[in-house]
Design a binder for this molecule. Structure first.
Ligand code: MG
Length: 227
């Protein structure tokens, strides 16, 4: 039996670089209005983010690279309030989520500012693809994955036992170690900027991407049910 399948969002359901490219474009346009060379700033933002998009101070560093003396606050606000009209899920994600959902409830557990994460879901056309959505920041920033609380909340919303539930995610610590700590079986997908980062704990399985992981669970479920 599979009680529930939970997924991460960024770099699991879609390529986060698509979001960042749009957000950095918006930042560069605003900086251009302040007299900064917007093409050079966009290049600098993308280069710095490619070295690790969650290190923080990316906009400050990019401005320093250009020697641009403009206040960073309004540009950070442009980044935070960026809402893309459309984003593309990784191939097969939408379809395989639908197949999985016919067999077992499917949930989402994501870190990040809730309004922004909700906007990504809508832009991806995945706004109604999940039976439960947990934004860990609604519990408090200190409860971000790998904290067990958001995993447990999603399981509880779906009435699922962790031992009969699966997590699909890209981050070796936040997703894989976090999910396995609460007793779930985690499938590490090899997409996104952390794909080559070493394991923190051995995942239950690895898969090239989320659609493959979901299809494997659909097949496993069908086999189990026919025994
Ligand atoms: Mg992720």
């Amino acid at each position: 039996m599979i009680d529930a399948v939970l997924l991460d969002l960024d770099d699991t359901c879609f390529d986060q670089r698509e979001f960042l490219a749009g957000a950095f474009g918006a930042v560069a346009r605003r900086a251009g209005e302040l007299g900064v060379d917007s093409d050079r700033l966009r290049d600098a933002l993308e280069t710095i983010a490619a070295a690790g998009s969650d290190r923080g101070r990316i906009i400050d560093q990019a401005l320093e690279t250009l020697g641009a003396r403009v206040p960073v606050g309004p540009l950070v606000e442009v980044f935070r309030s960026y809402r893309p009209a459309r984003l593309s899920p990784y191939p097969g994600v939408r379809e395989s989520l639908g197949q999985m959902r016919r067999l077992a409830p499917v949930g989402l557990v994501t870190n990040g500012e809730p309004a922004g994460q909700q906007a990504k879901l809508t832009a991806l056309g995945l706004g109604d693809a999940f039976d439960a959505v947990v934004f860990s920041d609604e519990l408090g920033r200190s409860f971000r994955k790998p904290h067990p609380a958001p995993f447990r909340q999603a399981l509880e919303l779906l009435g699922a036992d962790p031992g009969r539930s699966f997590f699909i995610g890209d981050h070796p610590d936040r997703d894989i170690a976090g999910a396995q700590h609460v007793g779930m079986r985690a499938i590490r997908v090899q997409t996104g900027e952390y794909a080559s980062r070493p394991d923190v704990v051995a995942p239950w399985r690895t898969a090239p991407d989320a659609a493959s992981a979901l299809r494997a669970l659909v097949v496993a479920y069908s086999r189990l049910s026919s025994i």
